[in-house]
Ligand binder design. Structure first.
Ligand code: PMP
Length: 453
């Protein structure tokens, strides 16, 4: 079978047997399904020899490129030793090493690591742990959570409840937990001439009010530090997080930092929380944790939280939550290798050069009549297509203009997967300045097509 026939065969078999995530499968009547044959660095290659620059790190997971030698060989070595062992009653050196290192690199009071196997499950762990902590110390009225509008925390019922993107949430509303949603400090909505920090401070009034009114029934506030990724890459100033930490302390409410998407350098610091100089009570990590190799997640918390569960068995205060693959050794080996790269290379400083290149390349959009906003936080850059620049009014969503950019990208060596009409770049850190230029060139031409539609 030729490569091209092989590709056609795979496409057909795929559509016969696979139900894809986050996809209206009927779209594939006109949208190509792309079976990938191999991947190296920032590049994916299909069976026809077409290459695609993975501008979105395969859903924000990949940090140091596909087929990274350091990570691949660490997994192979672990594979020859032990593939998996349960983490209840038993342990292994890889999970111990990883936990010690995660405690070392996260803010000081985070001292214990609880593992799960994907981001949504980590959010479930944090929400259950927070509720259970308050119950264990006798605060049984605390059963609610506060979130920000436009937030996203995953797809399982608890995590979906804590999010606020209607596209994913609305249909399941009858099944979900009741949450208290506070308007986001999203800088997109600030007044002309108003600084992002001033807007964040102004918007904090809503959070202060919600905490004042509801703190006795609230377990925790959950936020995505600095960037609401699935919420169309909207960004906000770190000042909001500083105020939030202080207020959570004052009102006796936990702070959950969902760093699943923004952790491991995406925002320009190792963790988004660092830019506000704060530490949460729970930090959720996944995605980049394994460099994009294997599903693994972790919730870091404080000894104060841990101690509230530590008691004689008969008192039934233990956190009896488990997932079969908790602390999987292969995932932990990938994570340790990922941290090794951070230790041996100056990733954060090198990324500043790449971020500056994105700024330089995206200058061309500033005066574009259909670009309402170009925003950047660290290694995340987003361009928002609008119908009207002055009012930032969007096109009707049914027109799906962002999809035109996606289709154009596929034909021109770029995997751009817009969020609605927001085109964004969140590439692996091994991208070169030349590749950044190429990506932005493709995005620009795609946008021209989309707005001319
Ligand atoms: N939280 C955030 C901030 C995320 O971006 C995501 C995934 N996009 C999740 C949670 C859920 O992670 P997972 O897809 O691994 O369940």
């Amino acid at each position: 079978m030729t490569s091209s026939n092989r590709s056609e065969d795979l496409k057909k078999r795929d559509l016969d047997a696979v139900w894809h995530p986050c996809t209206q499968m009927k779209d594939h009547k006109h949208l190509p399904m792309v079976p990938i044959k191999s991947a190296k660095g920032v590049w994916l290659e299909d069976f026809n020899g077409n290459r695609y620059l993975d501008a979105i790190s395969s859903w924000w997971v990949n940090l140091f490129g596909h087929a990274n030698e350091t990570i691949s060989s660490a997994i192979k070595e672990q594979l020859d030793t032990m593939e998996h062992v349960l983490l209840a009653g038993f342990s292994h050196e890889t999970v111990i090493n990883l936990s010690e290192q995660l405690i070392e690199i996260t803010p000081e009071p985070l001292r214990k690591c609880f593992y799960a196997d994907n981001g949504s499950s980590a959010v479930e762990v944090a929400l259950k742990m927070s509720f259970h902590y308050w119950k264990n110390i006798g605060k049984t009225k605390k059963t609610k959570f506060i979130n920000l509008s436009n937030s996203y925390h995953g797809e399982t019922i608890g995590a979906l409840s804590l999010g606020d993107v209607a596209l994913y949430k609305e249909v399941y509303e009858p099944l979900l937990l009741d949450v208290i949603t506070v308007p986001s400090p999203d800088s997109f909505n600030r007044e002309i001439g108003e600084s992002e920090a001033d807007y964040a401070k102004r918007m904090f009034v809503h959070m202060e009010k919600a905490l004042e009114q509801h703190h006795e029934e609230v377990c925790a506030v959950i936020v995505e530090p600095l960037v609401q990724c699935a919420g169309y890459m909207r960004m906000y100033a770190p000042e909001y997080l500083t105020l939030l930490r202080e207020a959570c302390d004052r009102y006796g409410v936990h702070l959950i930092a969902d760093e699943i998407a923004v952790g491991f350098g995406r925002t320009g610091t190792m963790f988004g929380c660092e830019q506000a100089n704060i530490s949460p009570d729970f930090m959720c990590l996944s995605k980049g944790l394994t460099g994009g190799y294997l599903p693994l997640s972790v919730v870091l918390t404080t000894n104060n939280v841990y101690d509230a569960f530590y008691d004689d068995y008969e008192n039934l205060t233990a956190f009896l939550h488990s997932h079969s693959y908790t602390g999987n050794p292969l995932g932990c080996a990938a994570a340790l290798a990922t941290l090794k790269i951070f230790n041996t290379e100056d990733v954060i400083a090198n990324n500043q050069i790449l971020s500056a290149e994105f700024v330089k390349q995206c200058e061309r959009f500033q005066s574009h009549p259909h670009i309402g906003d170009v925003r950047q936080t660290g290694m995340i850059t987003a361009i928002e297509i609008v119908k009207d620049k002055a009012s930032k009014k969007s096109y009707p969503w049914q027109e799906r203009r962002g999809l035109e950019v996606y289709k154009f990208g596929l034909k021109n060596n770029a995997l751009l997967r817009p969020l609605g009409d927001v085109i964004y770049f969140m590439p692996p850190y091994v991208i070169t300045p030349e590749e950044i230029k190429m990506l932005v060139d493709v995005a620009e031409l795609g946008i021209e097509l989309a707005v001319a539609k």
